[in-house]
Design a protein around this ligand. Sequence first.
Ligand SMILES: [Zn+2]
Length: 103
Amino acid sequence: MEFLPADPDKIRKLLEGRESVLEERLKEDERYYASKTCPECNASCFAVLDEKQPFTSGRLTPKCLLHCTSCKTIFEPDTGVIVKTGEAYRPVPTATDIFVRND
Ligand SMILES: [Zn+2]
């Protein structure tokens, strides 16, 4: 799905004199995203539009994924599910990794 940008001047003119129902919801989203930290390294994050699923039922504002400012992990803020691991990811060593002999 492709989103085309609308003309901001036309939008402003159409909305003149009307109450904004999204402004408070967007501020709530901003506070919610700012309260989250990276599940891998506990650093701060910034929100980026979830392009694969920007809108879900029962939600007025676009859905975002959080990107870690430190290790670059990307995760879903509501569930904490990691979408992409960042630099902090270290694979757990297997038994063969631990017991390799060099003789
Ligand atoms: Zn991180």
